[in-house]
Design a protein around this ligand. Structure first.
Ligand SMILES: Nc1ncnc2c1ncn2[C@@H]1O[C@H](COP(=O)(O)OP(=O)(O)OP(=O)(O)O)[C@@H](O)[C@H]1O
Length: 271
């Protein structure tokens, strides 16, 4: 650790409210490889938190631990200060978390709107049987989900494409739909895995402004290689290297940190 900031989620909470979400002392091993090594990070409401580091540093593994895709070998995950038991990923979504994947990960046979409705499903109240029998309540529920999904598409600027299949859409629009799907769950924590990947300057500028808007109502975690975006939009940044936290701080302090420069330099010289 090279900055003054604490890397303990619980310690960060000592001054007041616990962080919206935290991992504490998390280690993940894949056979002989340690992908995360005693990592502690806290994500706070109203904050955009960047997670950066060279290829293979453990960024995606961290997101996977946060959303329950990956069970840690050691350490705990906390939400609002309370330790979460080991849950299936869909249960964690019910706790107010949503994530996007590297790439897009949309269902090819569903329209953009239907893809986003899958994300909004957390708000469905009708049971399976009522939906199967198409009872009036299920129809009302579906209409409410569609409305919510439309609003999410609107927010990301993809409403005109609601009825299109993902495969017929340009890649940047597919990324927007994937983001809308995560937003439709109305999460308190959103985990974004390389949302700027494959985007041009105009789309990145739109993404930057959207991220700022989102941070007013949720904790945003941004795993991203696009450094200009990260430095422009993040309130705090955690830097991983070989599965360890090597720096935490605001963009200026992280940029000035020699350990961070050395990690990225190592990446360049090993190519
Ligand atoms: N399921 C897995 N099985 C074995 N090794 C894995 C698995 N997932 C990740 N790893 C390894 O764990 C390390 C961390 O991977 P991870 O994908 O978290 O890194 P990353 O920082 O997201 O990399 P990138 O920037 O390239 O996406 C890497 O060495 C990777 O090869």
């Amino acid at each position: 650790m090279t900055t003054a900031e604490t890397r303990s989620g619980s310690a960060a909470a000592a001054g007041g409210e616990p962080p919206a979400f935290a991992v504490d002392g998390v280690t993940v091993r894949f056979g002989g490889l340690t992908a995360m090594d005693d990592v502690s990070v806290d994500f706070r409401a109203g904050e955009i938190h960047g997670v950066i580091g060279p290829n293979g540093a453990g960024k995606t593994t961290l997101l996977n631990v946060c959303c329950g895709f990956q069970r840690p070998d050691a350490g705990v995950v906390r939400r609002a200060g309370r330790t979460l038991p080991a849950l299936a990923p869909h249960q964690l979504v019910g706790l107010g978390m949503a994530r996007t994947l590297q790439g897009v990960g949309l269902f090819r046979g569903l329209s953009a709107l239907e893809n986003v409705m899958v994300g909004a499903d957390r708000h469905r109240r009708t049971g399976f049987t009522a939906a199967l029998l198409a009872l009036p309540r299920a129809a009302r529920d579906r209409a409410a989900l569609a409305e919510r999904a439309h609003a999410a598409l609107e927010e990301v600027g993809a409403a005109p494409y609601a009825d299109r299949l993902p495969g017929s859409l340009p890649y940047p629009v597919q990324k927007r739909v994937a983001l809308a799907r995560a937003l439709a769950a109305d999460p308190e924590l959103i985990l974004l895995d390389e949302p700027a990947g494959g985007l041009g300057a105009d789309d990145i500028a739109a993404l930057e402004s959207l991220l700022r808007d989102l941070s007013s109502r949720m904790a945003v975690v941004l795993v991203e290689h696009h450094m200009d975006l990260v430095m422009a939009v993040c309130d705090r940044i955690t830097v991983l290297d070989f599965g360890r936290v090597i720096a935490v701080g605001d963009p200026a302090s992280v940029q000035a940190d020699p350990a961070v420069a050395a990690a990225y330099l190592g990446e360049e010289t090993s190519r």
